[in-house]
Ligand binder design. Structure first.
Ligand code: FCB
Length: 470
């Protein structure tokens, strides 16, 4: 049966779009903001395509009213954005920056005035550089500084923001940032990357306590979640070696987070996965209690499934090899379309992932906090991007979310990545994920066809089900 043009989601289901501070804000040296590890990384030759930076990005810092007007016109119930730690607490410790807090205050007010609920991510990769210089996520102190920053932010915004996401994709921070070196801070270290993973979990737990305490002090409640990029991992063949490879990858990508968060344990097969690198020296008694406190919701970012085989090394070239080498190699999925990220488009993998994880972990309420595609957008003679591939991608993945809901997974919302074309990390600006085009010369915003499709989906949903319950 072909996917309907406008998939049906359960009543009360929420639609949103997502962005992140460094990818859209710009104004990197304005309003008291100090550099983050991404400002530094972008200035390190050879790290980011064409040496691009987030200095200006989409200039959302100045243009947020226009962007929020676009969201209002779109009709989303939710908007997920991140606050920049170095804007709110420059340098990562010390006094809060009133100008930084004022900025997010204005954003939150403008969203609420537009009838949109803000969903705030506290860490989308922009660690204050000073904290990196003091050890970064390798160091336990960073988790403590993060909890303080969470408290400062919640004390200011928590009277209007109720849903909080502590961290975005800690896999990328810990492993891509500290072991593979393809994200800031660009380190290639073994045990320190595993320590970073642990400290990120601890940061989540400590911050969750602060967010709840801040709300309680006001007589309210906070809903606290974390966003993980959980992978749908499949073995290339049925061989025992390939299955064991997937098992190691499950630990590196999924279990390392889900087991402590949802079961209060560390993954059972750590030794098989990374051998003596996981020496546990960075763990303390009681940490699991902090980490494993109940989640109000789980955010899942999903883009593509991954097929793996057993291999002597993750990366054949020793100069590019990750410091946490789990001896798996990705196998290209043939026979499906690939986006300009070269990611395979397999929407059913999202349903399978959700159903499988729910069986294994009995998941709390889930939001798909990111999902979208980078496409080879062309501006037509009419000045508009007719992005039919992106529409198909979004339609089929939202239908995959609906299928998971039908199979009993408590999935409550789907956020499209992204509202705007933006700074796509090491790829710079040439990977466009937006449903609104950004002309980087003029910073003009132009909704693409996918924006209109999404608006129509939201409209039809409201018509069928009487709008989302708030
Ligand atoms: C995710 C990131 C997000 C964006 C998308 C394409 O890994 O969370 O910032 O770059 O990928």
């Amino acid at each position: 049966m072909p996917t309907p043009d406008f998939p049906d989601l359960p009543a009360g289901f929420r639609f949103g779009t997502a962005t992140a501070a460094y990818q859209i804000e710009g104004a990197a040296a304005e309003g008291g903001r100090t550099p983050s590890i991404w400002d530094t990384y972008c200035r390190t030759p050879g790290k980011v395509a064409r040496g691009e930076t987030g200095d200006v990005a989409c200039d959302h810092y100045h243009r947020y009213p226009e962007d929020i007007a676009l969201l209002k016109e779109l009709g989303v119930q939710d908007y997920r954005f991140s606050t920049a730690w170095p804007r709110i607490r420059p340098g990562g410790s010390g006094p809060a920056n009133p100008e930084g807090l004022d900025f997010y205050d204005r954003v939150v007010d403008a969203l609420l005035a537009a009838g949109i609920d803000p969903v705030v991510t506290l860490y989308h990769w922009d660690l204050p550089q000073e904290l990196e210089d003091a050890g970064g996520w390798r160091s336990r102190a960073t988790a403590e500084r993060f909890a303080e920053y969470a408290r400062i932010t919640a004390d200011r915004l928590g009277d209007r923001v109720t849903r909080w996401i502590t961290l975005n994709e800690p896999t990328c921070t810990a492993f891509v940032g500290y072991a593979v070196g393809r994200h800031a801070p660009g380190a290639r270290e073994g045990t320190p990357a595993l320590a970073a993973a642990h400290h990120l979990l601890l940061a989540h737990g400590l911050a969750a306590r602060e967010l709840r305490a801040s709300a309680a002090a006001r007589g309210g409640t906070a809903e606290v979640g974390i966003t993980l990029n959980l992978d749908r991992l499949l073995p290339a063949t049925g061989s025992a070696a390939d299955r064991a490879a997937v098992d190691r990858a499950e630990t590196l990508h999924n279990r390392v987070w889900l087991d402590p968060l949802l079961r209060g344990t560390y993954p059972a097969n750590e030794a098989e996965t990374w051998g003596e690198l996981a020496d546990g020296s960075y763990r303390r008694d009681g940490d699991l209690d902090v980490i494993g406190q109940p989640l109000d919701f789980l955010g899942i970012n999903f883009y593509r499934p991954v097929v793996l085989r057993d291999a002597p090394h993750d990366e054949p070239d020793p100069r590019r090899r990750t410091a946490v080498d789990i001896r798996t190699e990705e196998v290209r999925i043939e026979g499906v379309r690939h986006t300009t990220m070269d990611w395979p488009v397999v929407p059913a993998a999202l349903t399978d992932l959700l159903v499988d994880l729910d069986e294994r972990y009995d998941l709390p309420p889930v939001y798909i906090t990111e999902n979208g595609s980078a496409e080879d957008d062309r501006v037509g003679p009419d000045g508009v991007v007719h992005d039919t591939d992106r529409i198909a991608y979004l339609r089929d993945h939202i239908a995959a979310t609906a299928a998971a809901a039908e199979k009993g997974v408590d999935v409550r919302g789907h956020f499209v990545w992204s509202l705007l074309d933006n700074f796509e990390w090491a790829y710079g600006y040439d990977r466009r994920f937006g449903i609104v085009r950004v002309d980087y010369d003029t910073l003009e915003r132009t909704p693409k066809d996918s924006y209109r499709w999404f608006r129509e989906l939201i409209r039809r949903h409201a018509e069928r089900h009487g709008g989302a319950a708030s």
